[in-house]
Write a protein that binds this ligand. Structure first.
Ligand code: TRP
Length: 441
């Protein structure tokens, strides 16, 4: 079996984790949910649920060296082989991929706009965005197809030659761009305001909806609950402290979310824009600000959208890998055939997502208060990912004997660390996640 190098594993996993979730979704969720209160719940969820379940996925993947369905089957006691169906969580990856690539397509369009010229007034910026999403079906389909084709190309090359290589190139570039953006922001007056917005909480803004969104966001940002970490851990280097890898990836990802928030809100506050702009924050407010900054704005816009695209592509390619790995190992598909299958389904679903935003077809694709896009995002982030997390906690905490779990960690989780983690995955994480979800109903 070809294994990741250590750097390759860390970069590929960080590449999967760091993405539009952290850079696009996190800032707008913070803005919509009242700033620091959301950030604090997110931090708690990230450490308590995120990091501990990240380690679970690694242990599973490393122990079994198989896809998620086979993992849950092989490790189950004889009378509980039905647990393999938990492996169907790989389907969430397909669903997330379907809308994720649509957003990536938008980013390509905005990258293009950053070169040819962006709207200069608020009204224009809103119109450009509105008309693009609800009217420009042709453009959107073009960019969407381009992104899907790019992902298909990388995935066809496999984990080592495709995914690892892509990340080895794009991730360092992303770090450099982000470091530059951060330095630029720190030098602005509005940085302090942005900092306060993220770190001084107003707890009256908290409610169960916010808590569930923060938990969902922690899962989404760490790529948990789909089997991505599990599948990548199949090819973990045999030696090395993998718990440390988990911490490195989590910390890197966390820093990215915060830096993205700080940078975005520095621009937002510096130019008197509204922080609660929702998904349009990055597509309306920021382009408008950049457009009014002259040449430096154009350069920053270009770098910002390129960074988002790099971060997004390295995440997108990870989402289908768990499903592909099931198709290859369980149904004996060749990699090409597995890819073709998952990419084709995702492409078609993606078209439905794209049409659900348009004026002409949106009406047919809106159910209750959300369109198809909204539903896919909501059902995966707020239900499927957290539930998969609970499933894995119960599996590792109660179905597997403690000695077995301890042995699986090969001494990388010892003493108080093991005890704390074990207690968290048995009680704190599942109870916390479930009660947050129940409080929504
Ligand atoms: N973590 C990525 C982001 O923040 C998205 C992502 C990639 C993902 N793979 C995933 C989310 C698997 C959930 C599950 O953008």
């Amino acid at each position: 079996m070809t294994r990741f190098s250590k750097a390759g594993f860390i970069l590929a996993t960080a590449g999967s984790a760091i993405g539009l979730g952290g850079i696009w979704k996190f800032p707008y969720l913070v803005g919509q949910n009242g700033g620091a209160a959301f950030v604090i719940v997110f931090i708690l969820a990230f450490i308590l649920f995120g990091l501990s379940i990240f380690v679970i996925e690694m242990l599973f993947g490393r122990e079994s060296e198989q896809n998620s369905i086979s993992t849950f089957e092989t490790l189950a006691p004889n009378n509980m082989k039905f647990l393999k169906y938990g492996g169907l969580m790989v389907i969430s990856g397909l669903l997330i991929f379907s809308f994720y690539v649509v957003v990536l397509g938008w980013l390509f369009h905005y990258l293009f706009l950053s070169v040819i010229g962006m709207p200069k007034t608020l009204q224009e910026a809103q119109e450009v965005w509105g008309e693009f999403v609800s009217g420009s079906i042709g453009y959107q389909m073009f960019w969407h197809l381009l992104v899907v084709a790019l992902c298909a190309y990388v995935l066809n090359k496999g984990v080592k030659a495709g995914i690892e290589k892509l990340n080895l190139i794009l991730m360092p570039l992303l770090f450099i761009i982000f470091a530059g953006l951060l330095v630029y922001s720190v030098m602005q007056d509005s940085f302090i305001e942005s900092f306060k917005f993220l770190f001084s909480p107003d707890f009256s803004k908290l409610n169960s909806q916010v808590v569930v969104e923060a938990i969902g966001q922690a899962f989404f940002a760490l790529s948990l609950g789909v089997g991505v970490i599990l599948t990548y851990s199949n090819s973990l280097p045999k030696h090395g402290n993998f718990v440390r890898f988990a911490v490195i990836v989590a910390v890197l990802n966390f820093l990215f979310c915060l830096v993205a928030g700080l940078v975005v809100f520095t621009f937002i506050f510096g130019h008197g824009a509204e922080p609660s702009g929702g998904p349009g924050l990055v597509f309306v407010s920021l382009p408008l600000i950049f457009a009014n900054m002259g040449v430096s704005g154009q350069i920053i816009a270009f770098l910002f959208f390129i960074a988002l695209i790099f971060a997004g592509i390295t995440s997108a390619v990870s989402m289908l890998e768990p499903l592909n790995s099931c198709l290859i190992e369980r149904l004996k598909y060749t990699r090409k055939r597995a890819n073709l299958t998952s990419i084709s389904i995702a492409y078609i679903l993606g078209l439905v997502v794209l049409f659900s935003n348009t004026e002409s077809y949106g009406g047919y694709l809106t159910f209750f208060d959300k369109n198809f896009f909204g539903w896919l995002d909501y059902i995966t982030s707020s239900f499927m990912l957290p539930l998969a997390g609970v499933f894995m906690c119960i599996y590792m905490g109660f179905i597997l004997p403690k000695e077995k779990v301890y042995a699986m960690s090969e001494g990388h989780l010892r003493g108080i660390y093991f005890k704390t983690w074990y207690f968290t995955i048995r009680f704190i994480a599942p109870i916390g996640i479930l009660s947050a979800m129940i409080s929504l109903i």
